[in-house]
Write a protein that binds this ligand. Structure first.
Ligand code: GLN
Length: 475
């Protein structure tokens, strides 16, 4: 996709301004129903597109991303634009600086058309927790697009943009990609800078791309990866042309299928589609190995202790003083200020997690919950270290089910949390995860996408990208 459009731009078959106008036409037609976007940056987008057209006319070398319409999830800061994280708390917050990922794509002349919807502060699995209303799944608008990067996935799949940035703390890139039929890459923890990304769980958060093809995800990663002095957890290497590693051959690669990911809770039709995709990998020359990741059953509980602990600390900064949220509040004391601002600014799911996280970090419970969860996290990491002595990649369903109906799980947080069962582990242990479309299941006459998740060794994005690419071009 990106490469084809780039060629067309260079050949003069289309201009960047035309591509951008087209993107806004599709948005005009579709976004009232889908609600993939929270805000638009049309003026900057049109200016950028015109600049790219001038560069092309002058024969200047342009990047693959140049002139191509894209979108950015609204928990990523962009100078001068409202960045809400889909919360009422940040309704009027105008970011005073660019996140490093935003700087990098801007430097490559990407045309950013707007900011996409998410669950409030990236807490959720359906985008229904947005304070500004849910996004709908473009494949079937009666269903959720997944979350929390549901706006980014919907924008890509509905052709509003060519690609979009998302963030992933427990599956928020991969699961919506799976639900909408897109490709979603969560890089290794540390591969991409978190500077300027509104923090959810700081030891889990990563930025990545949602795209239509695996090569596009590789192209975007090449532009956003690499060390950033502004993020102390960013790795020191990583600026590579990831797309060059998509060679389309995985003969001899060992792909591990962990039995723990195929047990209770997995929808039968999703299991069938997934098993067919395993067969396809076999036909492509991969060796399929049955493996075990024995601590898998503790992953979700571990995540739902560590993530709220970190989230409750990160959200402590929203007190109505530095980031807005105090409009119309007239407190007499500091405590009143906190209670009023936070009481009206945060939605129910965010409050639930703040309470959970405050509890698990409090004196007397810290050892029993947070510290224990960190110990289990180390065991989960060992599971992966052991697995990677036997196999190159681990392959699982991305989610236990296909996109469900809007509203289906809103009243049952536990059921909602179970949608993350196959994705949270990659964040807990830090490995990269790539969700690729592997087929569809028929539901009420609609073909709903199923995603398969390839997990690789730490910093082996090129490996999973090549495996995903090989699958994609051969199916
Ligand atoms: N669905 C998960 C949660 O609710 C993941 C969120 C995310 O990755 N931001 O926490």
């Amino acid at each position: 996709m990106i490469r084809d459009l780039h060629e067309k731009l260079l050949n003069g078959d289309v201009t960047a301004v035309e591509l951008t106008n087209r993107a806004f036409d599709v948005i005009d037609q579709k976004d009232e129903e889908l609600h993939a976007f929270l805000s638009f940056t049309k003026e900057q987008a049109m200016r950028k597109a015109a600049d790219v057209d001038v560069k092309i006319k002058n024969g200047e070398k342009i990047d693959l991303l140049a002139g191509i319409p894209c979108a950015v999830k609204d928990n990523i800061c962009m100078t001068g634009t409202v960045t809400t994280a889909a919360s009422k708390m940040l309704e009027d917050y105008i970011a005073p600086y660019d996140a490093t990922v935003a700087t990098r794509i801007k430097e490559n002349d990407a045309v950013i058309v707007g900011k996409t919807n998410l669950d409030e502060f990236a807490c959720g699995s359906t985008t229904e927790n947005s304070a500004y209303g849910p996004t709908k799944n473009p494949v079937d608008p009666t269903r959720v697009p997944g979350g929390t990067s549901g706006g980014s996935a919907a924008a890509v799949v509905s052709d509003e943009v060519v690609w979009a940035l998302g963030t992933d703390t427990g599956g928020s890139i991969r699961q919506p990609a799976s639900f909408c039929g897109a490709v979603g890459l969560k890089p290794t923890y540390g591969r991409v800078s978190r500077y300027g990304v509104i923090a959810m769980g700081s030891s889990l958060d990563q930025v990545g791309a949602i795209t239509k093809t695996v090569e596009d995800a590789a192209i975007v990663l090449s532009r956003i990866a690499g060390h950033d002095p502004m993020d102390a957890t960013s790795a020191t290497s990583g600026e590579k042309p990831y797309e060059d590693y998509c060679i389309g051959d995985i003969k001899g690669a060992k792909i591990g299928i962990p039995k723990e990911y195929l047990g209770d809770g997995l929808d039968d039709q999703v299991r069938d589609v997934f098993m067919q995709s395993v067969e396809k990998f076999k036909l492509l020359g991969a060796e399929i190995v049955d493996i075990s990741l024995p601590h898998t059953e503790y992953a979700l509980a571990t995540y739902y202790i560590i993530m709220p602990s970190e989230l409750s600390s990160n959200l402590a900064r929203y007190d109505g003083i530095r980031f807005g949220g105090a409009e119309g509040v007239d407190p007499k004391t500091v405590l009143e200020q906190y209670m009023e601002v936070r009481g009206k600014g945060f939605g129910p799911e965010v409050k639930r997690r703040i309470m959970l996280g405050t509890y698990t970090l409090s004196a007397g419970y810290y050892d029993a919950y947070y510290k224990k969860a960190q110990k289990v996290r180390a065991l989960l990491r060992k599971d992966f270290e052991n697995a990677f002595t036997k196999v190159n990649y681990v392959f699982t369903p991305t989610a236990p089910e296909v996109a469900f109906k809007l509203g289906a799980k809103c009243d049952d947080p536990l059921k909602m949390y179970l949608s993350d069962i196959y994705t949270v582990t990659a964040n807990l242990v830090g490995v990269p995860g790539l969700s690729i479309p592997v087929g569809t299941v028929s539901c009420d006459g609609v073909q709903l996408p199923v995603g398969g998740q390839l997990m690789g060794k730490w910093f082996d994005e090129e490996g999973i990208l090549n495996a995903g690419y090989t699958y994609e071009i051969n199916t």
